[in-house]
Every structure is written in structure tokens, then in C-alpha cells.
Design a protein around this ligand. Sequence first.
Ligand code: ARG
Ligand code: ZN
Length: 859
Amino acid sequence: TPTLRLDYRPPAWAVPSIRLDFDLDAAVTRVRATLEVEKNSAEAAPRGPLALDGAPGMKPVSVTVDGRLLDAGEWRIEDDQLLIELTGPRHIVETEVVISPEKNTQLMGLYASGGLLCTQCEAEGFRRITFFPDRPDVLSRYTVKMTADRALYPVLLANGDLIGEGETGEGRHWAEWRDPFLKPCYLFAMVAGDLKANRDSFTTMSGREVQLGIWVREADLPRTEHAMTALKSSMAWDEKVYGREYDLGIFNIVAVADFNFGAMENKGLNIFNSRYILADPETATDADYDAIAGVVAHEYFHNWSGNRVTCRDWFQLSLKEGFTVFRDQEFSADQGSRAVKRIEDVRVLRAAQFPEDGGPLAHPIRPDSYLEISNFYTATIYNKGAEVIRMLHTMLGVEGFRRGTDLYFERHDGTAATCEDFVRAMEDANGADLTDFRRWYSQAGTPRLRAALSHEPGTAKARLTLEQVVPPTPGQDDKQPMPLPLRLALFGAKSGKAIVPERVHVLHDAEGEILFEGVDEQPVLSINRGFSAPVIVETNRTAADLAFLSGHDDDPFARFEAMQQLMVDTLVAAIEGREADEEAVIAAVRETLTDPSLDAAFVGEAVLLPNEAFLGDQLAVVDPTAIRRAREHLRQRLGRELEAEWRAAYAASAGNRFEYTPSAKGLRRLRTVALGYLDASGAADAAKQALAQYEGADNMTDRQGALTTLANGTSAERETALAAFYDRYRNDALVLDKWFTTQAISMREDTAEAVERLARHPDFTMTNPNRMRSLVGAFAANQFAFHSADGRGYRFVADMILKADKLNPQSAARLVPPLGRWRRFEPARAALMKAELERIVATPGLSKDVFEQASKSLA
Ligand code: ARG
Ligand code: ZN
């Protein structure tokens, strides 16, 4: 039975404080929990026994109330909850359980990773550690004592401040931590292991010194400097941009190798997937460096947007995630190239969120129901959620938005809040009316905006008509129009001048019209500049208009968009057998490539053809073979006809030593893009060139770029480079992931077979989420290979889902959505995909995670 948003009721009991006592051991860990419980006297709170959540099969060894040991008849387990009848308004309840971290393959709760013991509690992992009201609106003060073998676990970390440590004899030692801040149990964390710290400090704006530590295995210490720099920059940025200061004397980060997600914002003790901490030029690409800075910032920013103000219930998840993603995006934009960052973020939104919004798993950023909350850590909650916050920022302006966040933090500090609270703070701080804006929280689906500009020569007037449609999504047939903040401008086709300077127009209704005066030459429309609204835009712009904008728009994002649209229009025409204006694309790419005013990072993004999956999203019925054929044809033509330009762009970056700066990154990006086109051109020396780049590289970006190009082909150099890469990095799990991914995303015809073989490789394992993602996740995102016409890709992924589900349901469930897109594909493939989903749903003993995703995909 699903959990419903409107069923929310306040907790029956509060737990103002909890004391945890851990006797740690990988096989058998004893957990004693002492809870101070207090009846919630509020009218809306339910009556009844104290109900503490536990994991399936979990039983208390003992239960004590106010010091009295209860008989087995005085408590009971129902629906995985421990129920205790209590008579008074306030009691001390103590439970003891025994758990086994080394048997925990779900990686939720307390588990073992390498030689470490660590925790992941969001969303509902704490109940796998001890009996507790596992819901985010129960806020408590935590005191945690950890006892463990000193040799195996010399370092013992938990939230807050260290308040004591010592020996207990027999080689065991203990540490006690206290977190002075109220927090929900999903922010509890603890780590025990043989770790070393990169230590540093940060002085806050009010002059307090914070001890920073990034804890890793000793051998990884040299790879923590970039994360430390990012952490200090994040702390300074949040003070400057939001006025938010860190609040404890200690901030620790621990990197672990087995982790379901990117990272976790536990109070004062962030736990990270090691791929978002460890970096050096030899093993990490520029994209890795950027992602590390982004995730370090994201988790740090949660200290205010998530921890000091948390979520009332999990339907409010986007309150913290959407806002925090927006904050980390802006941080990264301020650190590097704002335009390139926006291009990347929009690319992610379109690749991950638009398909979700248009498919069977579509949900609003504040969902109304769920079976398994883990399935709702989605691109919709995170990335569309961030776009919704960005629209508020656009409409209210920098200062208005800041007034809103100041009020939000002031009003809700120390509490569990709702999305509604956030919107209301924005309204109250600005005297604004955001009534219809709330539809962004309640309605799913990507709005489609039609914009048509007309101009009668000689009248000096232009008319822009706007029309929006919000498509139906599961459970939501009828939609209201959404308010769309549209940044727009008009350019003179002849003069190239901005004849109507940029303005923000908010379209509130289904239809709208704007009249422009003083338009004395043919105007060209630039709309949704900076991607000001997360919508699909259709315009009446011609190929010539788009080519013009791609060379002249003064908003770099709009320039990029115009080029992409020109490419999409051309490729869709070719796929549909209509006449395609390839010459316009070639000319526009040449112009961008040779424009000396553009920086290399931008050029590297702008000249790339939209990927196959994105092209599929533009079509009513997806035929991966037709898409591959049309895209390859244009890619090869671009390669051949601009061969001299690609060679020049490639040569321009020669001889640079590695530096992690925006300009050096840009050169590396363009270099690999140019290499790819050179390879597409069929030039005889391309593979040799790629192998030379591979062998001569002083950094992973160039090395991986060369390897990716080679992996698409059939040359002898390909095998040389893949073998060399494996030999060099076989003992470095994070780099070996790249070896798997490079082969899984290959454009070769035999990729599906190759991936099946790689799944039998001795280095492949289903117990490590990064490795699973690097092979199976990457393959499922490779449209041509996954959608192999014989259905072997579908069968392989379905087999993986069923096997993984036994070990780690979360990791299994996230492989379901690619199969769930079956309705979009041509009938033969659709039938094969559907059959695999039916096979999954018919399998006995499925997790809630996989069942929810697969059954919704069939509904
Ligand atoms: N709050 C974490 C973050 O976004 C992610 C936690 C994911 N947990 C989960 N059960 N899906 O930084
Ligand atoms: Zn987050």
C-alpha cells in the first residue's frame, strides 16, 4: 500500500534526546538505544502506543521502560514496528538489538565497506540500526558512544563534537560524540576504521575556527587536496552569497568505496562515495574534478538547506534537494565558466529529467504518493526541483530571492518544514503573489511552449504569440497552465544588433501575446535565454535564423541552443526522410570553430551533435538504427569537410602541461572533440593520433578522451590502448570503472555482446554500486547498443536487475527506467522491452523498489 502525502499526521511521540551505545564488530554489533520519549499533546497527533520503526525480521534482545525490563508480552512487533503501551506522558525507553554489518549488502543502515564500518540512513536506513520513529519530523539530540577493536578500527567518528575517549582493555577502545543540534535520524552517521585525515581549518565570518578533516585510506591521502579546496571555497561562498555560517567546531568528510549514491550530508560528518572525493591528474578527468567540487559543495550547503531546516516528510524532499542543487549549480558557475556550466546542467536535465517527465514514472517535484521513497531520489526532485528554484530567482531577482531565503532560514531554523513554507517565505519577503507558481510543485510533465514571431516589413512592429500546453501524466489528465518566466530579446537579422534588449516576460496563461515597437528591420527571436524556464520550445524560426543566432546571439547559452536546434532540425528531417539542410550545420560549425572571440570550452560544447538518446526524445516513435545512421552521416561529413579546422583546433592545444584551470580545461575539451571528428572523417592517421594522445597524456582527461575515441572503432590501436589501460589501472577501482564504461558506451555494433562478456570479467562485481553503474548503467544509457534489435540488451539488463535485487534493491531499481520507456520505441523493440518488464514483475520475492518501478512502467 502506498504512502500518501495527504495522510500526513504529526508524530504521536517526540524523542527530544537519544543515547546510542555501539559495541562494534563486522559480524555482530550490539546497539543499545536509550530514548527519552514525550507524548505529543497536539490535537492532530494520533493517540496509541509508542511505535518504533525497525527492519524486517528485527527483534529486540531486551526492552526497558523507566528502568524496568519488560516481559516479552509487554511489547509486540507489527508491520516491522515495535509497539509498546505507555501510560504516562514521558518515559525513558531502552532497547537493545544485534545487527550484522558484514551481511548488509543493501548498503543502508550500518554496513561494512572494505575494512570500514559506516552508515547510510537517508531515507529510512536508521530503522535498520535500532528501533526508532524513523521519520524526518522527529528531531532529537544525539549522544553516541562507540566501542571497537583498536587495531581494526583505530578511528571512531560520529556527528558533532568528540566529548571523550579511552581504552576498555582487551585491545578495545571507545569514543563518545555529542551533537548539540536537533536532527532527524536520517542525518545520523558513524564511521569506524583505519583512516587517515587530510586536516585543515576554516575561519568563519564571525571568527570561529572550524577543524576540517577529509578521512581516507592512507594511500589515498595525496588525492584529497582538490576536495579540501572545494570545501573551503564552499564555506566561504555560502557566507558571501547566502549569509550562512558553519555551526560546529568540526567538519569531517569520509570517503567510502561502496556507496549507493553520490554522498550524504550527515550533520558534521558527511559520508561520500570515494569517486566524489579522490582526484589527481593521473586518475581523474576534468569532469571528475568538476563533479567533486559540485558534490562537496552540495553536501556542505545541506548544512543549512537540509539540516538546520529539514523536511517535514519525504514528500517534501525537493525542499532540500532542489534548493541545494540550485545552490551547488550557482557555486560551480561562480567558480568556472557560467555559460558552460549552464549548458552542462541543461544537458543533464534533458537527458535524465525530460524522459522521466514524459514517461510512466512522471511525478511532480512534490509527489503525492510512493511505495518506496528510495525511488524518488530522481532527476525530477533534484534537477527539475533546482529549475523551479531558479525560476523564483529569475522572477524575484538576486536581492528579492535573498530576502526570501533569509526569511525562510529565520522562520524555520531548527524545524522540519514543507515546500509550501519555502514558497510562502518567498512571497512574504517580497510582497509577491505566487499562487499559480505553486503549480510547479503539484503538476508533473514538461510544458511545451510554442512561440511565433511575425513582422510586417515597413510597420516597425513585431508580434510574438505564445502558447503553452502541459501534457497529461499518469494520474494527472487535466493540467493548468504554468507561469513561465521567459528571458527574451530580438536581434536585427541584417545589423546583428539587439533591437529589443533582453527582458523577462512571465507567461501566466495558456496563451499570450507581446507587441514590439521600433522594429525597423527583420527581427530574429531569442527566447528562453539561459534556459529561464524548464520547457520544450517550438518556434517558427528558420534554419537561417538559427544559424544567425548561433553566430551572433550575445547570450552564450542561447547561442549554444540555436546551434543545437539547427542540428536537431536537420537530423530529424533526415531521420524522417525529409530534405535536410546539412550545409547550414556545416557552415555554422565552421563559423563557431573559427571564431577567435569564443573560448575553447564553449566551442567544445557547441560543435557537438546532440546525442542519439536526445534525438530519440524529439521523435514520436524511436528507431535507434535510423537515428544512428542519420547522425553518423552528418558526423562524418562534419569530420571530412572541416578536417583542416579540426586539425587546427587539435594542434592549438598541443604541448600544454596539466593545469586545472577553466582555460586549460577548455583546451582539453576541444582537443578530444576535435579528435573525435578527425576519427569520424575517416582520416587514415586518426587511430595513430589517438594512440599517441593516449600514450603521451599527462592527465586522465586526455587519456580517457583518446581511449573513448579508439573504443568506437576496430583498429589495432584500440586493443593496444584498452590492454594498456587495464594493466596500468587494474588495482584502482575508480579508474577501472572507466575501463568498463568506455567499452559499455562504445558505438561499435557488437557492444551488447562485449558488455555481456565484461559482466563475466573477474573484475566485475554486483556488490559495488559504482562498478554496477559503470558497466550496466552506462550500457543502458547507450541507446544504439541497449536497443539492439534482437533484444539481447533488454534481456541482459533484466537479468541484472533480478540478480542485483537480491543484494541491493536500490541499485537494481535504478536500472528499470530504461526498460520503462518501451512505449516510445518502434513496435518490435517495444514488445521485447515490455516482455522483460513482465518477466520482472512476475518474479516472486521482488523488492518494493523494483516492483514499484517495473509495475508502474507497465501500467
Ligand atoms: N541526501 C543525499 C544527497 O543528495 C542523497 C541521499 C540518497 N539516499 C537515498 N536513499 N536515495 O546529497
Ligand atoms: Zn542533496
